[in-house]
Each structure stands twice: as structure tokens, then as C-alpha cells.
Write a protein that binds this ligand. Structure first.
Ligand SMILES: NC(=O)c1ccc[n+]([C@@H]2O[C@H](COP(=O)([O-])OP(=O)(O)OC[C@H]3O[C@@H](n4cnc5c(N)ncnc54)[C@H](OP(=O)(O)O)[C@@H]3O)[C@@H](O)[C@H]2O)c1
Length: 303
């Protein structure tokens, strides 16, 4: 539908609010009829991404993803869907969120099983409207956190492992991002937060295959951001450096940060309407220095 923009009249706040509401009526922006039709209550509008109500986490057991969900739900209980590989880890993550006062449920999603991708999102989004007399709002934020960090050497010496890395870190997330964006467009708003990596811009020589897999996702998400911007949908690319999580257990790095710090910076980025969030912010400067440093020096430092 073509967006309707009414001219703002110089009559102050009230006139602006009236013209905004009229524009919303004409575009149907916040007036989605309830399933079943009839004189049902108005459906709820999309909420600001830093103050969401409904959140979907793709990669439902991710340490960073769950820290972000908790940070988003710090002030109010959330309605959360955790999409991931069924098993004790996923069930425990749902139970922990419920124990903390949120509403949470799991839906099955496996990056290696394309047949699960679309159904996972269909189930996670559900239908917007009214259920049992209670308005069900749209999904406000989708967090895409699926990813693996396999052994760096195996990832380039074993072609099957290389292909698997691209399947889990690039092909599945790209497809999930594409479908999530379509669903957000259909509801005319919402934010997609994509967990990329500083390695997408410049990978360490020991983990270049991982960096390559993230670079593909990062480029796709960055293009997608511009493609859907006009539809009221935001795509935010998060580029963490080294974060101490299950993924990096047994590894160490200079400038390591925490999942809580990544979550704080991401919510700050959502509030400030940033397109890209580096975590920690210094990771951007380090990445730029490494990008432009002489290759001979980097070889010597094994970076
Ligand atoms: N930790 C870091 O230093 C760091 C830095 C930059 C970017 N990142 C990115 O941030 C994201 C989250 O990482 P994290 O640190 O929170 O690691 P994590 O706790 O290991 O989370 C990774 C998530 O990916 C899921 N996953 C892996 N393989 C999957 C598959 N085949 N199908 C469905 N889900 C699958 C995991 O689910 P299971 O429980 O089923 O394995 C888990 O939910 C990743 O995309 C990662 O690349 C991490």
C-alpha cells in the first residue's frame, strides 16, 4: 500500500496528532481487524523496539540473545518465543524466562533443516488480532542469533565442514532474515536485530572461514535494512568483538566483553535508532586498524 503523508499544519501538537491519526487510518497502519471479523477491539500497534512487548529469538538458547531478551524485558514482562533445536537447553531457557515473570514458549528451528525455517517463523509470529478477548499485538522485535564458531582449521581443510559453516551461519540466517522482514513488513513495523560479528568486517587469520560466513550475513542484512526502511521496518546489525559465552568457552582474547554489555549497547542502539552497533564500541577502531595494517605485520602477529 502506498503510504499517505498529510501536510503538517502549524497548529501545534494537537493538529499533528490528528493528522497522524488520520494518516494511520488511511494507511491502516494501526487498525488491523481481529481474526474472525466483526466489531472486535482494535489490534495493538507495533511498539518501539527498545520497549517491546512481543519478542522472537531465533537461536533461542543463545547466551547473547537471551541476555538481550532479558535486557529488553527489564522494565516489563515480555511475550517471548524462543526458536531453536528442541532439547533440554531450549526447555530450560523457556522455563527460566517464565520463572522470571515473562510469557515464553519454544518453537522448533534447525539451521540444517530448511523445512523448519518458514514454519518456525509462522508459528512464532502467530496471528495478530484478538485471542480469547485479549488483543494480541504484533511482534515488535526479532533477534537473529543462530550461529556456530567451529574449529578454524577444520573449517577450511574439510570441505564438508566449510559448507556446513556457511549453511548454519549464512544460508539459514539469510533465509530467516528475509522471511522475518516480510512478516514485519506485512504488519507495517518492527525491528530485526541481526547478530553479525566484528569478524564480518575483518576476521582473524585463524578463523577466516567464520569471518567469511558472517560477512555474507552482514552484507545481506545491511542491504535488507535499506530495502525495508521505507516500510517502517528496521534492521539493526550488531557486530560484537569477542564475547565470553558458551560459543567462546575455552578461548581467550584481548578486549573481551560480556553478553550483558552487548545487550546494553544493543538496546541503546535501538533507542538511538542506530543502524549498526559495535560491542564494545572500541571493536570498530580495532577492526579498522587491522583492516588497513600491512599484511606482513599481521602475518607476524598471527592476526
Ligand atoms: N560469542 C562471541 O564472541 C560472538 C562474537 C560475535 C558474534 N557472535 C554471534 O552472536 C550470535 C550468538 O552467539 P552466542 O555467543 O550467544 O553463542 P551461543 O550461546 O553458542 O548461541 C548460538 C546459538 O545458535 C544456535 N544454533 C547453533 N547451531 C544451530 C542449528 N543448527 N540450528 C539452530 N540453531 C543453532 C544455538 O542453539 P543450540 O543450543 O541448539 O546449539 C544457540 O542458540 C552468533 O550468531 C554468533 O556468531 C558471537
Amino acid at each position: 500500500m502506498v503510504g499517505v503523508r498529510l501536510p503538517k499544519l502549524p497548529l501545534g501538537d494537537l493538529a499533528d496528532r490528528v493528522s497522524d491519526q488520520l494518516a494511520n487510518r488511511l494507511t491502516g497502519r494501526d487498525d488491523v481487524p481481529a481474526a474472525g471479523g466483526g466489531a472486535a477491539p482494535r489490534a495493538l500497534p507495533v511498539r518501539p523496539a527498545h520497549e517491546p512487548q512481543r519478542v522472537v529469538l531465533l537461536g533461542g538458547t543463545s547466551d547473547i540473545g537471551l541476555a538481550l531478551v532479558r535486557r529488553l524485558g527489564r522494565e516489563r514482562p515480555l511475550d517471548v518465543v524462543l526458536a531453536g533445536r528442541p532439547g533440554p537447553r531450549l526447555s530450560e531457557a523457556v522455563a527460566a524466562l517464565v520463572a522470571e515473570g515473562h510469557t515464553a514458549r519454544a518453537v522448533p528451528l534447525d539451521a540444517r533443516a530448511p523445512s523448519t525455517w518458514s514454519p518456525a517463523l509462522a508459528e512464532a509470529f502467530g496471528s495478530r488480532g484478538v485471542a480469547a478477548g485479549v488483543p494480541v499485538g504484533p511482534v515488535d522485535v526479532v533477534v537473529l542469533a543462530v550461529g556456530v564458531l567451529p574449529d578454524g582449521k577444520r573449517s577450511w581443510q574439510d570441505p564438508t565442514a566449510a559448507a556446513d559453516l556457511v549453511q548454519v551461519n549464512t544460508a539459514a540466517p539469510v533465509a530467516l532474515a528475509a522471511e522475518a522482514a516480510q512478516r514485519l513488513r506485512a504488519q507495517r513495523g518492527g525491528a530485526l536485530v541481526v547478530l553479525s560479528s566484528a569478524a564480518a568486517v575483518r576476521a582473524r587469520s585463524t578463523d577466516f572461514a567464520y569471518g567469511a560466513s558472517k560477512a555474507g550475513l552482514d552484507a545481506f542484512a545491511s542491504g535488507l535494512r535499506e530495502a525495508v526502511r521505507g516500510d517502517g521496518v528496521r534492521v539493526v546489525v550488531v557486530r560484537p568483538g569477542f564475547v565470553r559465552t558458551r560459543m567462546t568457552a575455552g578461548r581467550s582474547a584481548w578486549l573481551a566483553t560480556t553478553k550483558e554489555a552487548v545487550a546494553d549497547l544493543t538496546v541503546q542502539g535501538l533507542e538511538l535508532e542506530r543502524d549498526v552497533v559495535w560491542a564494545p564500541p572500541g571493536a570498530q577502531a580495532v577492526t579498522e586498524v587491522l583492516r588497513w595494517a600491512p599484511p606482513r605485520l599481521l602475518r607476524r602477529l598471527r592476526l
